[in-house]
Ligand binder design. Sequence first.
Ligand code: SAM
Ligand code: SF4
Length: 328
Amino acid sequence: MSTTDLVDPFGRTVRDLRISITDRCNFRCRYCMPAEGMTWVPRDELLSFEEIERFARVCVRHFGFDGIRLTGGEPTVRAHLPKLVERLSTLGVDLALTTNGATLRNQARALADAGLKRINISLDSLKRDRFFELTRRDELGKVLEGIDAALEVGLSPVKLNVVMMRGINDDEAVDFSRFGREKGVMVRFIEFMPLDAGGEWSMDRVVPAEEIVESINAALPIEPIVRNNEPAERFRFVDGVGEVGVIASVTRPFCDNCDRVRLTAEGMFRTCLFAHREFDMRRTLRSTSTDEELITAITEAVGTKWAGHSIGEVHFIQPARGMSQIGG
Ligand code: SAM
Ligand code: SF4
């Protein structure tokens, strides 16, 4: 079946959809959510699985999207997640999930059976006390079990997302690299972005990707892998065992190659993590049963995609929503 490319005003073809399926979370990471949590979206305002599938189907079948990632909040707290995975896996695209991993030891098998192939697990410290301080949950053990469960059921690749923050976990790059090599998981260090609900972000809290690469290289020599159009800059260990990546969203933004759009749990469409404008796709989904209006609404929204964010510049304004409401 032929598809129509969804091209933004800067000539970038949009092909990657990130869907937040809930804004709720069992963790309260300091760089993402306040200790008391947020005001959760009422359940009837969340997109249903049918609505999510319909939206995703239009993106894939009409616009030729080739990647869908489920995120949140914490996607594994949404009931019957494997049923959604099963529905989306029939679309035949690269389907992925980003999770904090805490419930994976119970869910990994069902997710793999439903058709999930790969997974990203977020983990910012391998030290129990520090993990507790960062997430406000004493659940490092559960996350480590979740990583093992993901590997056991054959999800591949299993990637670890580590948000690096100055003075908090910036001494763990080498430990994480060793951990990744031992486990056979790919660790990706992410620069801290101004999307925290607690207002803790400042430029001096960002650990530049370059510094992370240097510190790893000093202990465990690495060399770059030729980069495709992906956000992560990848490096292989010179001894041939494993690789690491850095995502320099702040110091070396990859906006020129951005092919992403996002849908929040209540169906608001966003063309950038840092966008201020949202498009109400839930209203469109609920007001019409044909896909024409949806196609028009998506096309119009992508027509407003901007060239890129301007973190660190004077005119940068942090969006009203935090990362847990947008979906990372
Ligand atoms: N709850 C899931 C998790 O933690 O993986 C999925 C949602 S979470 C918002 C998605 C990703 O965003 C996680 O890898 C998390 O570490 C990352 N993240 C959250 N706040 C961030 C921030 N201020 N800067 C950079 N990454 C952030
Ligand atoms: Fe929850 Fe993920 Fe945000 Fe942590 S980063 S509070 S696990 S949504």
